[in-house]
Design a protein around this ligand. Structure first.
Ligand code: SF4
Length: 114
């Protein structure tokens, strides 16, 4: 399969990556930052919106029943201003197999280069 030129990546906000299964791992200081953004007590935030990863090394955001991230809304990411580094690193560091099949930017790029 063709691969898009990642140096041209520009998020189109389709939310496809936010609907993927798997952890959204939080860096050490991110629970505090997100809790403050939501004006929530840190312990309540952790209890309400995170789980401990299986390797017990990090907290991850929980998912809705349909598998999408708890913070994905019809208007986009509810915590966009403080979203985790993992989200910001897509599709450079964190990505999933065949992401180019569902990412709106990648699909557009591949169509353009056909
Ligand atoms: S935190 Fe925001 S950008 Fe990251 S997966 Fe959830 S909805 Fe998407």
């Amino acid at each position: 399969m063709n691969r898009p030129d990642l140096s041209q990546f520009k998020c189109l906000g389709c939310g496809a990556c936010c609907r993927q299964d798997g952890y959204v791992r939080l860096k050490k200081n991110e629970p505090d930052i997100i809790a403050a953004f939501l004006n929530m007590d840190i312990y309540l935030f952790i209890e309400t919106f995170t789980i401990l990863t299986k390797d017990r090394q990090a907290l991850s955001l929980i998912e809705k029943k349909n598998g999408e991230c708890i913070f994905l809304t019809p208007q986009g990411c509810r915590i966009n201003d403080v979203k985790p580094e993992q989200c910001l690193e897509f599709p450079f560091v964190w990505k999933f197999k065949d992401f180019q099949k569902i990412c709106a930017w990648a699909k557009k790029e591949l169509k353009k280069n056909r």
